[in-house]
Ligand binder design. Sequence first.
Ligand code: SF4
Length: 326
Amino acid sequence: MQPSWKKALQSAFTNWQELAAYLDLPEDALPVISPKRFAMRVPISFVNRMKKGDVNDPLLRQILPVSQENFIQQGFVSDPLSESAFIEVPGLLHKYQNRVLLITHPACAVHCRYCFRREFDYTANTQGKKDWQRAFEYIRSHPEVDEVILSGGDPLMHNDSTLAYFIDALDQIAHVKRLRIHSRIPVVLPERINQSLLNVFENTRLQKVMVIHMNHPNEMAEDVAWGLSQLRNNHFTLLNQSTLLKGVNDDVAILKKLSESLFLHGVLPYYLHVLDKVQGAAHFEVPDDKAIVLHQALKSATSGYLVPKLVREIANEKAKTWLYAE
Ligand code: SF4
């Protein structure tokens, strides 16, 4: 029998007219487009957290393809982080000294319009199970690598058995100590956090970190909170990274509420990224001076441990770059 998360994935909205009808949105008020690449995709659970009739809903804004995506903006490119330069073997990026990133799955449960990998060449970096041996061999021959990041796309799009295959392989490489999973699925498809998935992580010797990706407090919901509690019970350290997005979370009260909601559910606000300048996402950009003012106001408004680091990722830099000396 198909698991419920797969059914939920299959019933995700991919047609904006259907989404508009479901949310009582006036179609003529939306400058929507239907892109062939990186088409709209959003699970119903996430849609149910949007406010009906509100064309400016901050969750809707993150997933609705709009005409501004077609504007050409200077400085916005297809691979803003030059990731392709760091691919050592297919599917493996080695940019930072102690950690490698595996592009384990080409797809996501949701298509975030600001995604810096929206133009990534997943075809060239997608492979079957046996092809991953080259990546494992690369890690084995690099003793400085003590952490492996499963990324994508979204790694939790894999079946449990494939995830178990990755974890078993990494478990056997003695110098790997930590497994980090970057996934937006706990937020957008909470059905995925089920007992069978938790069993996959139960017996690994690796320390487990999951970085979820929540941008707005309205993304928290009862089933999301339940999934987070299960991950915590399974000994995951939970961190959040957000992207600062114009018209979504560029407001100190929203950022404060987001941090408080995350912490209430055992997630530490970790990074607040400024937008990576990917083609098609310029309408989400918050200027650096505004980002700094917001961040300073957040520091004044709440406890230090609820203030994520304000960072930018710069191609070819060996670590994230702080926007200002904090
Ligand atoms: S879930 Fe992450 S990788 Fe996938 S589209 Fe959204 S931001 Fe990009």
